[in-house]
Design a binder for this molecule. Structure first.
Ligand code: ATP
Length: 339
């Protein structure tokens, strides 16, 4: 089966063709890069309207069309969560393509796709997933036919919390990679320098980042060296994520952790998670960066599993959902529906 995936929840217009026979995926992406500030929903939607047809065209023109008539057996799209204006463009494109090609339409939850791409690539059976993305931060674990939210941010997504600080200091979007580079220059942690004392908030399995961003902004205004702030910001934010990931493993008894989301591209976060997993004898898997940040490959891969399970949508029921939670999704594609 060959499934065309379309992604465009916020900043990345992306299309992918996943072939289940060869387990290969071709991805084409075109990012929206705001000239200043953060992601502007209207500008991002205009970007989607221009870039989605382009990436779809490129990915399909490179497809080997032997087999089915046009090389596509289903069209999968990211239905949410995300920015409404962007999702509407993606939904319209997917409905039009599925109708024109006369193939089934599959509506994919973007956060479940972040998890499932890690499960697919790692071969893990029943992992806990840490989704560390721009707009979200949560731990997912499977139970009784759904991915349950075991813990989540009570305010900002992890990437958004970091980007809030980088906007304050005048760095362009996205801020995460710039914080990672600056943190590597810090004396704290390498040279006896001290961590700055930023808020660290974990309540049960939930956590908060808004106080950390504000305190980092204040430290910058007070003249603390930016490298030291970036280092401390990372250590506090990632320490929070590692703590709740370990709690989730402990609570569920799972011994597999997968990472999802754009912040997962950060080497320090991956190192900290790997160390924690090693220390408790758990296995850790992080997809390669193109499958961590927003991408249509994960939409096509999960879309193929859903299509094979008959989990498709009638056009009339295919509305987008900007607040689509992962625990709203009945998991139809796993065999072990009760573990
Ligand atoms: P979501 O998947 O929740 O819709 P999103 O659309 O914002 O989130 P992602 O691609 O998952 O997109 O993540 C983008 C975020 O990742 C941005 O906030 C960016 O700053 C952050 N990021 C990218 N690279 C790094 C890095 N090396 N270190 C830390 N953060 C990073």
């Amino acid at each position: 089966m060959r499934v065309l995936g379309i992604e465009g929840t916020a900043w990345c217009a992306s299309a992918a063709l996943h072939d289940t026979g060869t387990d290969t995926t071709r991805i084409e992406s075109n990012p929206y890069e705001p000239e200043s500030g953060g992601i502007h929903p209207r500008e991002a939607a205009e970007h989607m309207a221009d870039a989605i047809p382009e990436v779809v065209d490129t990915v399909l023109s490179g497809a080997d069309v032997e087999g089915s008539e046009h090389g596509v057996d289903a069209v999968a799209f990211s239905r949410g969560p995300g920015l409404g204006p962007c999702l509407r463009v993606v939904g319209t494109a997917a409905r039009a393509l599925a109708g024109t090609l006369d193939v089934p339409l599959v509506g994919v939850n973007h956060m479940v796709a972040h998890l499932e791409v890690g499960r697919h690539q790692s071969g893990f059976e029943n992992p806990v997933c840490l989704n560390a993305s721009g707009a979200n931060a949560h731990l997912l674990g499977y139970h009784d036919g759904r991915y349950r939210v075991l813990g989540e941010t009570m305010d900002a997504g992890v990437g958004n919390a970091i980007d809030k600080f980088t906007r304050h200091v005048g760095w362009s979007h996205p801020g995460g990679p710039k914080v990672e580079s600056a943190a590597a220059e810090a004396t704290a942690g390498t040279d006896g320098g001290d961590l700055l004392d930023l808020p660290y908030v974990v309540k049960g399995m939930d956590f908060s980042f808004s106080g950390i961003s504000s305190a980092a902004n204040d430290a910058y205004d007070d003249g603390e060296p930016i490298e030291e702030i970036c280092f401390s910001l990372q250590e506090h934010v990632f320490g929070t994520l590692v703590e709740v990931s370990e709690r989730a493993l402990s609570l569920t008894g799972a011994d597999e952790l997968v990472l999802g989301g754009g912040v997962g591209q950060n080497d320090r976060l991956r190192e900290m998670l790997e160390t924690m997993c090693d220390s408790r004898g758990a296995s850790f898997y992080a997809p390669d960066p193109p499958y961590l940040r927003d991408n249509a490959g994960m939409i096509a891969i999960l879309g193929a599993k859903m299509a094979a399970a008959g989990d498709t949508l009638r056009i009339a029921e295919s509305s987008i959902d900007p607040n689509f939670r992962p625990d709203d999704v009945p998991v139809t594609w796993r065999d072990d529906t009760s573990s």
